[in-house]
Structure formats: C-alpha cells, structure tokens
Design a protein around this ligand. Structure first.
Ligand SMILES: O=P(O)(O)OC[C@H]1O[C@H](O[C@H]2O[C@H](CO)[C@@H](O)[C@H](O)[C@H]2O)[C@H](O)[C@@H](O)[C@@H]1O
Ligand SMILES: [Mg+2]
Length: 900
C-alpha cells in the first residue's frame, strides 16, 4: 500500500466524535461497537483519505471523543448494528434516548480500568476494517469517562449551536450553568490537545472539524513550538452575522482559539464574510481579499500582528457510493412498494431533524396553503415527512414544536383527508438507510424549508439520486430548497424559496409538480453538477491548504511563537521564591486606544497588581515608554510597591520609593529642539497627528490621522529624523502608530539587565555601573517579562542573553522545567516577529494569566494545555486520585455482584 522511500504526509483529523458508538456489557469487560449516525459527509471524507489510493500520499490518524457510552443491557432503538441509519446532516451522534435510559446513563459512573480502555481501543481500530463501519484505521479515542456524559456537549450544543443558528438564548440562572459548561468545553478541547500531544510528529497537518473544538488551534500552538505545524479548521455549521455572534459571552476566547489556525474554512462565502467581520469588530483585525490558485476568493486576516487565511469550500457527498447503495434490487422493491401504496398520487418527501431551525412547521404550513390554493391537487398528492427526533428532545422548546407539528398534521389531514387517505404521512422517528434511499428514489418532489442550516445533506443526496436514470419516472424530479440553507449557495439551480412565505412556497410546489418532463431534465442538468463531491472536497481542501502553507513559508521566514504554557508558568511560579515581573504598559497591561490619555489602568488590573505585589517574594516593575507623570498618576500613586521605569529606560523609581533617578542627566539635550521642529513640520502636513513631549523622549503620534496618509508621513519623518539623529547618539523608533526619539544608551533592555543581575529584593542603584558579585541563589528564580512592541524586544533579548550565560555558568542548577524560570513573552499573535519565547494574544489574556497566578482565574476559565486523566480530571490532582480509588472500589463491587 505504501510507496517505499516516499514519506507520506501525516494528517491528524480531529472530529467531535468518532464514527462509532460503544456499548458496555454488564461488567465492563465486554463491549459492543456499533457505527455512529450523523456527519455522513465528514466520515465519508475520512474514509476516502483512508482509501488505498489516498493512503499512498497520506497517513491519516483520526482522533475523537467516544461519544456517550451506553450499556448493552439498556434496550435502545438506535443501538442496532444491523440497521445502520443514515441521519440527517449535521447531527452529532444523535442520542435519541428514552428518559429512563438517559437517566441511567447519566448516573453510570463509567469506571473503566486501563486494561478495559486498551481493549476497547484495540477493538475500535479493528472495527474500522469491517463492512458495516466506516473504513478507518489509526483511530485515537479521546476518553472522557464521567458521570453525566452529556456534559461534554453542553456548551457546544446549548450555547454555541443556537447562536450559530441565529437563536438568542437567555441564561436562566445568571449564567452560572453556562460558566460550568464553559469549563467542560475547555476541558473537552484540552483533552484533544493532550491526545494529539501523544501522537504528534513534526510536520503533521492537524485538521480540526467544527464547533466543539474552537479552542483547539490555539491550545496546539501553546503545546508545540513547531514552525512546521499546520493547523486547519473547518466549520461545518453556519457562522452568523457579527450582530448575533457578539452576543456570546465567550466570543473573544472563541475567536482567540481559532487564531491559532493557519486556515479557517467555511461552507460558503457568506459565512466566511461574517467570520471576518466578527474578527474585525472584536479583535480589531484587518482583512485583505484575494484569490487562491483555484481562482476561489479568500481573505487574509491580520489579528494581533499575525495572518490567517479565511475561505470557503462547501462539503459534498460520496456520489459513487450513494448511487451504488441506492440502486439495488432490494431498494427497487421498496420503491415499488411506496409507489403502489400511493398509486396515482404525486409523492412529496421531506426528512429533517425536528428542531427549531429545520423548518418542519414552515413546510407543513406551506403544504396546507398549497392544498387550499390548488383544490385540484387534493387527493392527488401526499407529503411523506420524516422528522428525526432531536438530541434536545424533552426540552420545553422541542415539546412545543412537537405539539405544533402534531396539530398541523392533524388539521391538514382533517381538512383535506378522507377515511381512505391522509395527505400528510408524518413519521416521527429515525428511519433506516434503505427506507430513506427508497423515499429519495420514489419522490416526485423534495421540499427543504429549513430556516437556518449549514449544509443540507438531504438536498445533496436527493439531487444525486435523481440524477440517475432508472425506471419509475423519477429521473430529475425537482428540489425545492430554502434560501436560508447554506446549501442554497451551492445548488443555485434548485427551486429556491423563502420558507416564511407560505403562499410563494405553495406556488413553487404547484410549479414543481406540473413541470413538463423536458424542463425537469433541463433543471436537473444544471443542478446535478452543482452537488459537491466529497472526494473533490477533500482533495481541494488539502491542496489549497498546501498552497497556503507554502506561501507562508516562502514569503516570510516563518516562525511561530508558541502560546504561553500557562499551567507550566503557574507551577513554576508556585515553586519559586524570588520572582521578578517586568511589564510593559501600553498594549500589554492595557489595550491600545485612540487617545494616549485615555489608556488608563482598569480596576481589574490594579486589583491584580495589588495582589501580586502583596506577596513578599514578588518584585514588580513597569517598564514603559510613558513619562513619569503618567506612571506616577495612574500606577505609582496608587501602588507605591511598584518599581517604575519611564521613557524607555531614561528614568526609574525603585520599589517603595518616591524619588525618580534620571539616567540621562549628563546627556546633551540640544537635539530636542531640532527633532521637535521637524516633528511639528510633519504635524502640519498630517491632520490628526500630534506630538507628545516627555522630559527626554519626543513622540509623534499618527493613530488619529487618515491611516494611509499617516503611514506615508511616518516613513518620511523617520527618514528625516534618521538624518538629524546621525549627529547625536539617538534612536529613532517606530512604535504603534508613533515615531519616538530618545538617547541610544538607555533602553528597556538595559533596565532589565540591571534588574535581573541584582540581589533580589535589595535597593537598586543603577547609576553605579560596577557589576555586583552575586550567586545564582540571590538572583531571581522566576522572571516573567511581557511587552507588545518593538522596543520590548530589547527586554526579551537581554533575558535570552542572560539565560544563555546562566546555562553555561550554572548548568547544574536548571529547574525541573529545564531552565531558570525566565518567561520572555510577547503580546500579539503567534506569527509576529519576536525573540520572545512565548506569546499571549492581547491585554485581556495578559490579565487572565496574571489572574491565574494570584488565584483570581481558574485554569479552565481560559484554556492552557493541562494534562487530563481519562475522566477529565487534571492529571495527578486530588480529584484524579480520588476518582481512581473510587473506580477500583466500584470495579470490585461490580465483579462481585455479577458473580453472585
Ligand atoms: O512602552 P509602552 O508602555 O508600551 O508605551 C509606548 C507608547 O505608548 C503610548 O502610545 C501608544 O499607546 C496609545 C494608547 O493606547 C496609542 O494611542 C498610541 O497610538 C500608541 O503609540 C504613549 O503615548 C507613548 O508615550 C509610549 O511611548
Ligand atoms: Mg507597549
């Protein structure tokens, strides 16, 4: 199967749930594995990558949650391996369970031993090769064995899914439940990151699917310091307009999570556009539109100083397999039986999940209107509607919907039916695949009236089946498709309707049923080639991903800075005794704003700094480009425990001291006049720009000017200033929408050098340039340095240099994390140019991270790559150990009761 000498590209395909369901026996030593339902397109793509043809080039690993694990003794309609159902699109592992079964499963503590887990894993891999399963090798299950297994779906299904489908939900309990489900969501993503860590090899492509895993890209960047790591995310659901997306309480964390990807891809261009506008509004990113090598539109968005590609590629169906399965002798019989049952009548079909967005109510209303507007059709047409029970069954909303559907069906049948005939045949159940395929074939018309969906697989499958010549006059029968279905952008030549306009839908039904044969054929000829094919989708996705990565490799010397590993930081922090914090201010502790005077510290920042400073082991320094006045007013005046350095290292004020020391006292300041007048000249030319005059440094700001004009004059001014400054020993620095001038011999790096090479906790005397005699045990054992700008690179450089020296001098004294507790960390994206060793995306993440150190924020509030055990507890934590002990006791009891 594999070419010798040819290295296959490894792909780790991450799905929310493996294509299997696990049923445990009475003791946990037996189990049964059956195929999962739903996500048929995605699983077909995975199966394709596993095919002999593709596995010449790719080595695929499929990684996913096991889904809820049931028990065989619990009778269940859906757990029959022989009746492999074909679910409607998008349903994730649809758990159509009775309340009692659900209760029993929720209460099951699912204690599995390592041996049992290994056994099931082996069987999962073996099952991928049997006939009635998707053919997948290399399966890597993510185990999350806890009571109430539905918890792992909570946030994705109850918070994200409604928002992605334009449903506004208000939390019933001041958001507490939502917070808990968010922690589970973070853990779910963490569990994937950990599992990937076990199998990852350098150069792997990681392909992540759908909204259960929105945090995973960023977590992986945090975990792997690998510039060759490629991360692609495909979003299978709709992405709503920013007006809807921004109601999500965790909107920023979600976008941050996706910013770890190289590419984010959607089902259609509209969803991609919505995503880009969410990033613009919430992350302040910019975007550029271009075309990829296949001529398809894509966006390049820059957020936090790094780039990702956003594009769209509608998913498809496995045409060959579908036609093979649909045109068998057995199905011929079934089609005949349906035709016989409704002799002389036109058959309209529909198959939708019964939830609020699939439009079953809208369809029934339109059908009622149709029968009322066109009396000639009464008794001549039947609607066979299969409504698949939703996973959200039992909620008030679904119960109301069920009632509404029942009432409509009864009302239509009462008005237009007779003793012998009901115009609506409603089946509220999951039907087997052969029954579904027979319906597709027998239908004269299919109506899809969803009010919102990503891709509608039924629509694609219907058109595919109708494209096939066969008996029973079913070739090319039309499809009525809602304009609110994501699929309407692919199947442009279907009969597109607005499901809310029942009169118009009724007219379309009439038109569809009376279309002459030639017109039907003409329609079919147009719409059939519009159905995307899963093999092409998979190939195109991977080839365009390659182009994106190649371009990134060629155009820049691509270096991805890993996201800061917060759990490791926290552990190191807790173990250290002499901690030094070196913080830049603007863009690091506080977000960049239009007016420098408005960038004042938030109450949260002050409170966190206060808590940090109250620990006697901690020394905190703010090392900023700001002047003394500003720093005194907003920081020093409130927190005298802070050490301050102003104007990029020109001045400093020690911890618990009021006096500022001027390190530039002896420096000739005559340059200020020349530099000032040049800046004034440019201020006149650039409306909106202004000069910030500090004691030593001068800053020309252009953030409020027209962006293009500002950038143009900034580069002109830089050239002018470079000439002037050649006569003095000055630095001309390009900052964030500013140009700054200050003496060269002072910089933030010099301050950092003095602070680290110093007896921790003693008074500073930076005017004294002689080197202190120190041992490593007197200097900081934890140094956390944060900055967002070019000038902060001086600090990171110094720390890197010091660390290199220490590695030589004190090679035997590295800590358990393999270093000296130095954390130079930039604030910006992973692809930003920096010498820092890690990154945090923005000031909010900075505060979350500092909050973590002072105990204000839990690790699961903002994910951080934590190692979890198979039950979702933090590895080696008290709860993990307790749970292990309880598991052993439980296994013993269960075995004993089984023997008795
Ligand atoms: O070293 P820092 O603490 O990061 O200070 C750098 C400069 O920050 C300020 O300007 C920048 O932030 C402003 C407020 O967000 C923004 O309006 C401006 O465009 C940025 O350039 C400050 O005004 C400068 O003096 C600092 O040197
Ligand atoms: Mg800054």
């Amino acid at each position: 199967m594999v070419d010798s000498g040819h290295r296959r590209q490894r792909i780790i395909n991450c799905v929310a749930q493996l294509p299997y369901k696990i049923q445990l026996g009475e003791t946990n030593d037996e189990w049964n594995i059956v195929p999962a339902t739903g996500s048929s397109s995605l699983y077909s793509s995975i199966e394709y990558l596993n095919s002999e043809e593709k596995s010449k080039d790719y080595e695929q690993h499929v990684l996913g949650w096991t889904g809820e694990i049931g028990r065989e003794s619990i009778p269940s309609r859906i757990f029959s391996s022989r009746n492999r159902d074909m679910n409607e699109d998008g349903e994730k592992g649809g758990a159509d369970l009775h309340t009692k079964e659900e209760r029993e499963r929720d209460e099951d503590p699912l204690y599995l031993t390592n041996g049992q887990i290994d056994g099931i894993t082996k069987d999962l891999r073996r099952h991928g090769k049997t006939d009635d399963h998707y053919n997948v090798d290399n399966v890597h299950p993510v185990w999350l064995l806890r009571r109430d297994q539905k918890r792992w779906r909570g946030f994705a299904e109850n918070v994200l899914w409604p928002t992605f489908h334009y449903i506004l939900k208000f939390s019933s309990d001041s958001g507490e439940k939502e917070n808990l489900s968010w922690y589970d969501y973070v853990r779910f993503n963490e569990a994937y990151a950990m599992k990937i860590g076990e199998i990852y090899e350098k150069g792997d492509i990681i392909w992540i699917h759908d909204y259960y895993l929105l945090l995973l890209p960023q977590l992986l960047r945090m975990k792997f310091n690998d510039k060759d790591l490629t991360i692609a995310y495909f979003h299978h659901s709709p992405w709503p307009s920013n007006e809807y997306f921004r109601v999500l309480p965790r909107r920023k964390e979600i976008l941050d999570g996706l910013m770890g990807a190289d590419r984010v891809c959607f089902q259609n261009e509209g969803f991609a556009r919505h995503f880009v506008s969410s990033c613009k509004r919430l992350l302040d990113s910019t975007s550029r539109k271009s075309k990829n090598k296949l001529g398809m539109e894509q966006y390049q968005i820059s957020a936090y100083g790094g780039d990702i590609v956003v594009d769209s590629l509608p998913i498809g169906v496995n045409r060959v397999k579908l036609l093979e399965e649909s045109f068998t002798k057995d199905i011929d019989q079934k089609v005949l039986a349906i035709k016989d049952a409704f002799q002389g009548k036109k058959i309209i079909i529909g198959r939708d999940r019964l939830d609020s967005v699939r439009g079953v109510v809208q369809k029934l209303r339109a059908f009622e209107t149709f029968l009322s507007m066109y009396p000639e059709w009464r008794d001549q047409v039947v609607l066979i509607q299969v409504s698949v029970p939703s996973m959200k069954g039992g909620t008030n909303q679904i119960i109301r919907l069920e009632q509404q559907v029942n009432e409509l069906v009864t009302s239509i049948n009462m008005q237009y039916g007779s003793l012998n005939f009901s115009p609506v045949h409603h089946y509220y159940m999951r039907i087997p695949k052969d029954a579904y395929l027979s319906l597709l074939r027998a239908a004269d018309l299919c109506v899809i009236a969803s009010v919102r969906d990503g891709t509608n697989t039924t629509a694609l499958e219907y058109v595919t089946v109708k494209s096939h010549m066969s008996s029973y006059n079913c070739y090319g029968n039309p499809l009525i498709l809602s304009e609110f279905s994501g699929t309407s952008t692919s199947l442009k030549d279907a009969m597109i309707i607005n499901p809310w306009d029942s009169v118009a839908v009724a007219k379309s039904i009439n038109k569809a049923l009376t279309l002459p044969r030639e017109e039907k054929k003409a329609l079919e000829d147009k719409v059939w080639p519009e159905v995307p094919i899963i093999q092409d989708w998979t190939d195109q996705f991977l080839s365009t991903l390659n182009d994106i990565v190649d371009e990134a490799h060629n155009t820049t010397d691509r270096k991805m800075t890993p996201a800061l590993n917060r759990p490791a930081l926290l552990a190191n922090y807790r173990q250290s005794k002499r901690r030094l914090f070196l913080f830049d201010y603007d863009g690091t502790l506080t977000p960049i704003v239009q007016d420098p005077a408005a960038a004042i510290p938030s109450a949260r920042l002050i409170s966190i700094l206060q808590k940090l400073a109250s620990d006697p082991c901690n020394q905190i320094w703010i090392i900023s480009g700001r002047d003394q006045k500003f720093l005194n007013k907003w920081l020093g005046g409130r927190l005298p425990q802070l050490g301050l350095s102003a104007e990029h290292g020109c001045f400093y004020k020690d911890v618990d001291d009021e006096n500022w020391i001027n390190l530039t006292e002896k420096f000739d300041m005559s340059w200020q006049e020349k530099v000032g007048s040049t800046m004034e000249e440019f201020t006149r030319r650039t409306p909106g720009s202004f000069i910030e005059r500090k004691k030593v440094a001068l800053t020309w700001h252009y953030r409020r000017a027209d962006p293009e004009l500002g950038e143009f004059y900034a580069s002109e001014l830089k050239k002018e200033l470079d000439k002037i400054c050649a006569d003095y020993d000055l630095d001309v620095m390009e900052g964030k929408a500013n140009i700054e001038v200050r003496p060269k011999f002072v910089n933030k790096g010099e301050i950092v050098k003095r602070l680290v090479w110093h007896h921790h906790g003693r008074r500073q005397d930076m005017l004294n340039t002689s080197k202190e005699k120190l041992t490593i045990g007197e200097m900081p054992d934890f140094t956390f340095c944060l900055g967002d700008d070019f000038t902060d690179e001086d600090m990171f450089n110094q720390l890197n240099d010091i660390e290199a020296v220490w590695r030589k001098q004190y090679s035997d004294q590295v800590n358990q994390w393999g270093g000296f507790g130095m954390y130079p960390c930039t604030v910006g994206s992973a692809s930003k140019k920096t010498v820092a060793k890690a990154h945090l995306t923005d000031p909010q993440q900075v505060l979350d991270t500092l909050g973590l150190l002072v105990g204000d924020v839990s690790l699961f509030q903002s994910a951080g790559t934590v190692d979890l055990d198979s039950r979702g507890h933090v590895k080696h934590s008290d709860s993990s150990i307790r749970s292990e002990q309880a598991g052993a006791r439980y296994a013993m009891k269960r075995q004993q009761s089984y023997k008795n």
